[in-house]
Design a binder for this molecule. Structure first.
Ligand code: G3I
Length: 369
C-alpha cells in the first residue's frame, strides 16, 4: 500500500530531476532570448572560422544566429593585388556560417581603411582616373559578391564614408569619384546579387550632422531607384559616449527613412575614453593611466558598465520594430580590437562575454526571462 501511495510522488520526482537535467545541460542562449526581436550576431576572427578555437566555436554556435567577418573580407586581405584574390579565409568564414545555418554578413566592400594599396593608384603611384576607379570598384564588388552569391545575407557595401561634421570623408573613392561613388557602388552590388541585402555602415551615428547626411544619401538612393536595404549603426561606445538620446533619435530617423536599422560592431569600452571614434590610425603612447584595470574591473565600474549596456539593450528592444540585427564586434573580452586601441596592451572589457566565456550580468534578464 505504502509503495503504491508513494508511486506518484516518485514519478513526479523523477520527472523533476529529468527536467532539471535538461535545463542544466541546455544553457539559455542569446539567439533564443532575442528570437522575437532581432538577429543577434558577432564578428569572428579567422581563428574561430579556421577551426583553431573550439571554445569560441561552442560559444558562437550556442548564442549567435548571425556572424560578420572581422577582417578577412576587407580588400587588402581578399584582393591584395589587381586581379589577385585570396579566398581561403573568407571561404572558411562563409562555410562556417552556412554549416550552422547563420545569417552571414559580408564586411566590407568599399572602405578607405585596410584598402588594398593598389586599388586607387596607377603604376606611377598617382590616383587613377574616374573611369578606371569605376572599373576597379565594379570588378571588385562583382567578383567578391558573385563568389558568395546566395550565401551572404547582407553586405556592408560602403563603410565609414561620412565624418562627424556630416561632410564626406576624403577617401580615395571620394577624391576620385566624388559623392557619386556611393550610388555607383550600390548599383554594382545590386546587380551582382539581387538577393543580398545592401547596407551603409558607420560609427559615431549619434552625431546629428552625420545623421542628416546619411538621411540625404538614403533619400537620394531611393529617389534614383537604387536599392539600399539597411543602415548599420556601429555601436563603438564608451562610459561617457554616445549621447543616448541622439543615438535613439538616429534609430528612429533611419527607421522612418524606410531602411532596416542594424546595431553593428557593438562594444563598450570600460576604460577611460581617449577617443570617441573608431579610427585605428589614432594611437597614443603607452600610458599606464590608460590601462588602469589589467587584473579585472573594479566592482563599481563593472556595475556601471553593465547598467549602461543594459540601458542600450533596452533601447534596442524598444525599437525592435525597425532593428533587424544587433551584432557585437567580437565574442569575449579577449577578442576585442579595443585591447590594442588606441594603444597596444590595454586590458579591455567591452564585449558581451567575459574572458571566461560567461555572459555579462546585464544579459541575465534576457537569458533568464
Ligand atoms: O593579419 C595581420 C598579421 O599577419 C600581423 O602579424 C599582425 C601584426 O600586427 O597584424 C595583423 O593584422 C591586423 C588585423 O587587425 C588582424 O588582426 C592589423 O594589424 C590590425 O590593424 C587589424 O585591426 C582591425 C581593424 O579593423 C583594421 O582597420 C581590427 O582587428 C578590426 O576589429 C577593426 O574593425 C573595424 C571595422 O572593420 C570597421 N569599423 C571600425 C572597427 C574598429 O576599428
Amino acid at each position: 500500500m505504502k509503495t503504491i501511495a508513494l508511486l506518484p510522488a516518485l514519478l513526479l520526482l523523477g520527472a523533476c530531476s529529468t527536467a532539471q537535467k535538461e535545463t542544466a545541460t541546455t544553457p539559455p542562449s542569446l539567439k533564443d532570448a532575442f528570437a522575437d526581436s532581432f538577429l543577434i550576431g558577432a564578428a569572428l576572427n579567422t581563428d574561430c572560422t579556421n577551426g583553431l578555437d573550439p571554445a569560441t566555436d561552442s560559444l558562437v554556435s550556442l548564442h549567435f544566429n548571425s556572424i560578420v567577418a572581422e577582417n578577412c573580407m576587407k580588400s587588402e586581405k581578399i584582393n591584395p593585388s589587381e586581379g589577385v584574390y585570396e579566398w581561403d579565409d573568407a571561404d572558411n568564414f562563409v562555410n562556417y556560417g552556412t554549416e550552422r545555418g547563420m545569417k552571414i554578413i559580408g564586411h566590407t566592400l568599399l572602405w578607405h581603411s585596410q584598402l588594398a594599396p593598389w586599388f586607387p593608384l596607377d603604376s606611377a603611384g598617382n590616383n587613377v582616373t574616374p573611369d578606371v576607379m569605376k572599373q576597379r570598384i565594379a570588378n571588385h564588388i562583382s567578383t567578391v559578391m558573385t563568389r558568395y552569391k546566395g550565401k551572404i545575407h547582407g553586405w556592408d557595401v560602403v563603410n565609414e564614408a561620412i565624418l562627424e561634421d556630416g561632410s564626406y570623408r576624403k577617401s580615395p573613392f571620394y577624391e576620385i569619384l566624388g559623392e557619386e561613388f556611393i550610388p555607383f557602388a550600390f548599383s554594382c552590388a545590386a546587380a551582382a546579387d539581387p538577393d543580398a541585402e545592401l547596407y551603409l555602415n558607420d560609427y559615431s551615428m549619434a552625431s546629428p550632422a552625420k545623421r542628416e547626411t546619411y538621411l540625404k544619401i538614403i533619400a537620394d538612393l531611393k529617389a534614383r531607384g537604387i536599392r539600399i536595404d539597411g543602415i548599420g549603426m556601429q555601436g563603438h561606445m564608451g562610459m561617457d559616449y554616445p549621447d543616448f538620446a541622439e543615438f535613439e533619435k538616429s534609430i528612429e530617423e533611419y527607421g522612418k527613412a524606410g531602411v532596416g536599422v542594424m546595431i553593428t560592431e557593438w562594444d563598450m569600452s570600460a576604460l577611460p575614453t581617449v577617443n570617441q571614434g573608431a579610427n585605428v590610425a589614432d594611437t597614443t603612447a603607452f600610458n599606464k593611466l590608460l590601462n588602469p584595470y589589467p587584473d579585472g574591473l573594479p566592482e563599481d565600474i563593472d556595475r556601471e558598465w553593465n547598467e549602461r549596456m543594459g540601458r542600450m539593450m533596452d533601447m534596442f528592444m524598444r525599437h525592435a520594430d525597425v532593428i533587424t540585427r544587433v551584432t557585437a564586434w567580437g565574442t569575449d573580452d579577449s577578442k576585442s580590437w579595443k585591447n590594442d586601441w588606441p594603444m597596444k596592451g590595454r586590458t579591455e572589457y567591452p564585449l558581451l562575454f567575459s574572458r571566461s566565456l560567461t555572459p555579462k550580468p546585464f544579459l541575465n534578464k534576457y537569458l533568464n526571462k
